[in-house]
Design a protein around this ligand. Structure first.
Ligand SMILES: CC(C)(COP(=O)(O)OP(=O)(O)OC[C@H]1O[C@@H](n2cnc3c(N)ncnc32)[C@H](O)[C@@H]1OP(=O)(O)O)[C@@H](O)C(=O)NCCC(=O)NCCS
Length: 148
């Protein structure tokens, strides 16, 4: 699939799940960049993007985020497969901790892949994603880190 077609399909998925409050907004341009620099990974089935994940590198972390699966392709392992595929390249790129902020649906994926849940209090401002400490502690997101 052409990267531009993939980027547009991914953008539609991110907008869809963003509209349901599941993921933070990401621009089409940022998705294009993630695909061209290798920080974004997607799985396709018959010319259709079924899942996407991005690795965001900051000064402190490699954060696995924007995990989205096409609504018609959920519970078929595509979310897990995409996250799994992002881990090794992330490990090779940097020794920074690999972390994720997950919701109820994606938490089992991180647990299955060997991430351990960290106390929410340990999440710094960056990981809280713009939430106040109070909002962060009361939201249903969990903080995961991959050891080793
Ligand atoms: C969360 C999401 C990425 C999961 O993707 P998926 O392809 O459906 O998940 P997988 O099939 O890989 O499932 C892996 C495991 O996660 C768990 N899981 C996945 N979806 C779940 C759900 N809706 N409820 C409970 N557990 C779930 C299960 O343990 C599952 O394993 P199993 O099917 O063998 O029981 C997908 O539902 C999605 O795009 N949701 C909207 C966006 C979102 O919430 N992203 C996460 C942001 S933190």
């Amino acid at each position: 699939m052409r990267l531009e077609d993939a980027a547009r399909q991914i953008y539609a998925l991110v907008c869809y799940w963003g509209g349901h409050g599941k993921v933070l907004p990401v621009s089409l341009e940022a998705i294009r960049r993630s695909l061209s620099d290798g920080n974004g990974l997607f799985i396709e089935v018959d010319e259709k993007v079924v899942s996407y994940v991005a690795v965001y590198e900051s000064a402190r972390y490699l954060k696995i985020g924007t995990v989205v699966v096409d609504p018609c392709f959920r519970r078929k392992g595509y979310g897990e497969q995409a996250v799994r595929g992002a881990i090794d390249p992330a490990r090779k790129r940097s020794r920074k901790p690999i972390v994720a902020i997950a919701n109820g649906n994606s938490s089992p994926i991180f647990q299955k892949l060997g991430f351990t849940e960290r106390p929410k209090e340990d999440a710094d401002e960056e990981l809280r994603g713009g939430r106040t400490q109070e909002e962060w502690l009361s939201c249903n997101r969990k903080f995961f880190q991959l050891d080793g």
